[in-house]
Write a protein that binds this ligand. Structure first.
Ligand code: FAD
Length: 200
């Protein structure tokens, strides 16, 4: 990207967020602030009209840089899209908005204005005939699973802490290192496979 946007007069900031580690807002701005000349960019092509592509186009439009967004689906929004089924509107998966990054929050407020609604939320996983809070809360999970399973989870967690996976190259290793293998097998594996439709 740097090569394509050499230094010049106009400063542009693109909201590309990294999952880990989360940089401070100032650091995010510093890393992503490119200096452009008006003649450097006449237009921009963006592939994908998910939140990332639309946000990029939105930011570019503020700099008066025209952007063309190509989307292969018939709807915009990517996996956060709202579809219409027999007149009812559905998200692919229930979506709420949450961020720790002020810039992202302010962008949503800026776009949605009074349509940005605050709603109480409750997400639960139905497992073995019981409901568990999602995201998982340790006490709630242990209470629901009972003493025997809780002990297994505890031991599995201790084992993971004592002998962590040396490399975290996939979701399984990442979760196992933080919560133990047993909890991965019980909750995270099946839930994630169901949501994303691929083995993990
Ligand atoms: C069940 C579920 C629940 C979620 N809940 C939340 C939530 O509550 N809060 C939250 O913040 N996030 C949530 N997310 C995550 C959020 O939906 C994603 O992080 C976000 O949609 C990612 O945006 P993106 O633009 O990077 O990618 P995507 O949303 O995947 O968009 C990519 C777009 O690019 C298009 N595309 C790809 N290749 C091409 C191509 N070659 N040509 C043209 N178009 C192409 C795709 O069709 C798609 O529209 C949830 C996700 C799921 C599945």
């Amino acid at each position: 990207m740097h090569a394509a946007f050499p230094r010049g007069r106009v400063r542009a900031t693109l909201p590309v967020l990294r999952a880990r580690p989360t940089p401070s807002f100032e650091e995010t701005k510093r890393r992503q602030a490119w200096t452009l000349t008006e003649s450097d960019i006449r237009s921009c092509v963006i592939v994908g009209a998910g939140p990332a592509g639309l946000a990029a186009a939105y930011e570019l439009s503020k700099l008066s840089i025209p952007a063309v967004v190509f989307e292969r689906d018939s709807l915009v929004g990517g996996i956060a899209q709202t579809g219409n089924f027999r007149g009812y509107r559905f998200d692919i998966g229930g979506h709420r908005f949450f961020t720790k990054v002020d810039f992202v929050h302010d962008t949503w407020v800026e776009i949605l204005g009074e349509d940005f609604l605050i709603r109480p939320r409750m997400s639960r996983i139905y497992y073995e005939g019981k409901y568990f809070d999602y995201p998982l809360k340790p006490l709630n999970a242990l209470r629901g699973l009972g003493l025997r399973e809780s002990v297994r989870i505890g031991l599995s967690y201790l084992r993971a802490r004592a002998f962590p996976e040396p490399e975290e190259r996939n979701f399984e290793q990442w979760i196992t290192n933080r919560f133990g293998r047993r909890l991965f097998q019980i909750f995270f594996e099946s839930y994630t496979e169901k949501v994303w439709g691929i083995p993990c």
